[in-house]
Design a protein. Structure first.
Length: 103
């Protein structure tokens, strides 16, 4: 599992039947800033992920990849290898909260 921020969306008008109706988003994995240890920063990489939890652009989410991406009821029959399984509320490292969802 890893943390990522949703940075965009993907529209594919032609796809296999099992993917019709599935929301696809662009995500950028996040990591703890090595210097400050006080914030999450992007890695500069991007992935396409299926969103089964209804997350929105800009949100920090929890991602699984590989065979784990198909371990949810919603994805077990989908040809995916990256799935959003949660929307992150807070991230704490040691005694410091380095991310808090502002909803």
């Amino acid at each position: 599992m890893f943390l990522a921020r949703i940075t965009g969306s993907v529209v594919a008008s032609t796809k296999v039947d099992s993917m019709i109706g599935q929301k696809l988003v662009v995500v950028e994995p996040l990591r703890v800033n090595e210097k400050t240890k006080g914030e999450l920063v992007g890695t500069g990489r991007s992935f396409i992920s299926v969103d089964v939890v209804g997350a929105g652009e800009g949100e920090v989410v929890l991602i699984v990849q590989g065979s784990s991406a198909r371990f949810t009821d919603e994805t077990k029959k989908l040809p995916v290898d990256c799935t959003i399984i949660g929307i992150v509320d807070t991230v704490t490292v040691g005694d410091t909260t380095i991310f808090k969802n502002h909803e």
